[in-house]
Design a protein around this ligand. Structure first.
Ligand code: TLP
Length: 341
């Protein structure tokens, strides 16, 4: 048996997606003439209760566009210290947007309003950069897919707006949070200035993310997308998958969360694991070993057909998704349980 838990990015498109790709009506999207992309953008805006949306090739590009448009060069951006935007986007904040970062440790990956409140730079200080943006991550990947409570998002946005800053939500796995919490995407999207979500993770599309916000912001984002080389042509072929994803792949994420809980049972109570790991709320499991042997454990699991990632010497990450069956999840749980004895 082979169970690939390295990421939900490994999911392959469904039959329906492939059929939709084949049949997609297309046009040149740089001219705004791809009807399938236009439809997907309308759907994304609508589901998030916002004015407009933009189809972009990747989550990384989506985040970098949102930072670029909202954080002027030389300004300061507040982020969680293990956020994807800071940790895994190849230094794009420095290289592309040319902003500086103010890193904060969250609680279970979640920024706490009282921790960031003192960090907004006071206006009028000639020594200080302007605090332009706060970035939050829904769900918080490196904390194990934890969910930002809606009240926390509202409070962070209230604070930021009061200080003249904006808020961007990296919602790569927004719909995992939606399904697990029962809170509609539009509620999570309402308090923030920009957000993005990925089609290419649990929603199983081969490519694509959506940037969402108000009309003026999306107009600027379209220019930044072109600057970053993300202006695509007959990409309705890809957007067609996104339409299938938003229509019928959201509710099934619940299954992925159940599979994560099955696998997590194997970790509970193991003397080899540090006890303070975050129990899975969505589709990501991250736990730390007491000894720096994560690489060794990943290899032993791979020898038994269970693929996952070591994040460092101690931490292991497993991600469930459509292409892991319940049988596969039970098998992974069994093997992991044996190796953690
Ligand atoms: N995450 C990938 C890797 O890059 C680590 C993964 O396997 O989890 N925001 C968040 C929270 C993400 O987890 C990711 C991808 C992105 C943004 C970027 O999306 P892509 O891979 O489409 O550039």
């Amino acid at each position: 048996m082979r169970v690939d838990l390295r990421s939900d990015t490994v999911t392959v498109p469904t039959e329906k997606m492939r059929k939709a790709m084949y049949e997609a009506e297309v046009g040149d999207d740089v001219f705004g003439e791809d009807p399938t992309i236009n439809r997907l953008q309308e759907m994304a805006a609508d589901i998030c209760g916002r004015e407009a949306a933009l189809f972009v090739p990747s989550g990384t590009m989506a985040n970098q566009i949102c930072v670029r448009v909202q954080a002027p060069r030389g300004s300061e951006v507040i982020l969680e210290e293990e956020s994807h935007i800071f940790l895994h986007e190849v230094g794009g904040l420095a290289a592309l947007a040319q902003v500086q970062t103010r890193l904060v440790k969250g609680v279970r990956g979640i920024l706490q309003p009282q921790d960031i409140a003192p960090l907004f730079r006071p206006p009028g200080d000639i020594h200080a950069p302007k605090t332009s943006l706060v970035c939050i991550e829904q769900t918080s990947m490196m904390a194990g897919g934890t969910i930002y409570p809606l009240e926390t998002i509202k409070e962070i946005s209230r604070l930021a707006h009061e200080k003249g800053a904006r808020v961007h939500m990296d919602g790569a796995r927004l719909f995992n949070a939606v399904v697990a919490s029962g809170i509609p995407a539009r509620d999570f999207a309402a308090p923030v200035d920009s957000l993005m979500f990925c089609l290419s993770k649990g929603l199983c599309c081969p490519v694509g993310s959506m940037v969402v916000g108000n009309n003026d912001f999306i107009e600027e984002a379209r220019v930044a997308r072109k600057l970053y080389g993300g202006g695509m042509r007959q990409a309705g072929i890809l957007a067609a998958c996104g339409i299938v994803a938003l229509t019928e792949m959201i509710d099934r994420l619940e299954e992925d969360h159940e599979k994560a809980k099955i696998i997590a049972r194997a970790i509970e109570g193991s003397h080899l694991v540090k006890p303070d790991w975050n129990r899975p709320e969505t589709n990501i499991i991250i736990f730390s070993l007491r000894e720096p042997k994560a690489g060794e454990l990943v290899k032993k699991l791979a020898d038994r057909g269970v693929l996952c990632l070591d994040l460092d010497d101690y931490r292991i990450r497993m991600v469930t998704h459509k292409d892991v069956s319940f049988e596969g999840a039970r098998y992974a749980s069994e093997v992991l349980g044996e190796l953690l004895q």
